[in-house]
Design a protein around this ligand. Sequence first.
Ligand code: NOJ
Ligand code: NOJ
Length: 505
Amino acid sequence: MGSRFMKDFIAVTLNRGLVFSALCALALPALAATPTLSDQDLQQQAHRSLEFLLQNISPEGSARGAVVAAPSRAEPDYYYHWVRDAALTFDSLFTIYDDAAPDVRARLRPLFLDHLEFNRTLQANSSTEASYGEPKFLTDGSLFTGPWGRPQNDGPALRAASMIRLQSLALREGWPQANAIQRKVYDARTPSVGKTDLEYVAHRWRDWNFDLWEEVFGLHFYTLMAQRLALTQGAQIADALGDPGAADFYRQQLAPIEARLDTFWSASAGYVRATLYVESLLRGLPLASALTGPRFRLADFKSQLDASVLLAVLHADVPGRSFSFDDDRMLSTYLRLRDSFRSIYTVNGNHPELGTAFGRYPEDTYDGYRTDARGNPWVLTTAGAAEFLYRSILKFHENSRIVITAENVAFFTQVAGLSSAAVGQTIVRGDARFTAILGGLRHEADRLLLRVLFHKNSDGSLSEQINRENGFMQGAPNLTWSHASILTAKHYRDRVNQIVRTPRR
Ligand code: NOJ
Ligand code: NOJ
């Protein structure tokens, strides 16, 4: 057991997720049979993922509304409430809420209220202003004070955005608690979770801090995207609730944040970089504080090719602004990431008919247990890559046109299967090539989800990682965020299904 062969054998024989198309095999005898993702298998996994995810909210012994990153208390110990993981978890629940069955919605509503209360507790327990950037808390809501990479400033931004989402949901549905929720989320005069986080974000987005992977001190694309989202929504809610001074102040931060975001694109490398240090230094950050910052190492100067760039747009897209799902720079980054991960993980070579398993970044040395090992593919980045493509499809559909440029031509030919295209051409909806591109992207995205289903445990449980050599689940078992990533990927795939028919290849 444990051999690559066994995993493949077991998966192929037992995993009903793979429906091999006999027709396709007949027509194209030279190619491996092309598996197609069945709606039913994905649906079943989403059901299981929701159940596993819900088990990690308010687990026995914790305060209500707390979310453990994973149920494991040792090797690795993920039994904490991470601000980022929790915000993303609740975001995934807000995303599926509208389409969920009435009984599921009824189950979710009290959790939303508990989570709002828990966030209030966290802020009350953050002993100084700086600790609003605390990355993780004990499950009773008290501050974790051990050594850690802190602050992590994506947390307050994601939390603010998710609480604003709750507030608008409550208003939209006319919940009896809507007014109380609103006051708790945003109030110009009394402490409120959203306002507190927004003030922190608005005043501190220029500060160096730790990245979402909790390893690197600097300025991060992911974090800035989350901050842009929070301040955009913050300005709207401040306007709506009679706090115009705050609204102006939040809005004033947006242009400089956007200008900073642009600096992460490297035209020569062809991707958006995850973290900038050298550039940040040159831009006048105090050298001393940069070099004495925690865990600053020369080794941190890596390629900066990182799946967190894709996650940034999944978690913090602002409609109509830069770095969205149709932005050439994002499309190009997708292609570079895919090609990099394809070449480094053995599992990707074994099943070329499945999509490429994505990791965090090529130089990763965290294997789910130790930080001095070899990194693996992750569930949440692979499902995240699929979600990125589904949402690109929706965006192109909405735009009704695709303009081929020097920056995106490789993406459209190598990912979407476009056979001939000239830079400068515009392909409009209705053109057969437009349909083929969307179908090609959907095919690639489906293969990414098939990859995840291929490596999942048979009971639908998902860990943090996929062993790069043998394909078994590895690292924190039932990572909450892994399950959340399935829920949102499926949600956007369902939307795509309404507009793109299954491609025949
Ligand atoms: C090291 C990992 O690289 C990092 O991402 C993780 O958050 C910490 N260990 C804690 O598990
Ligand atoms: C490690 C990941 O790198 C980080 O993003 C996450 O917050 C923690 N694990 C907890 O899941």
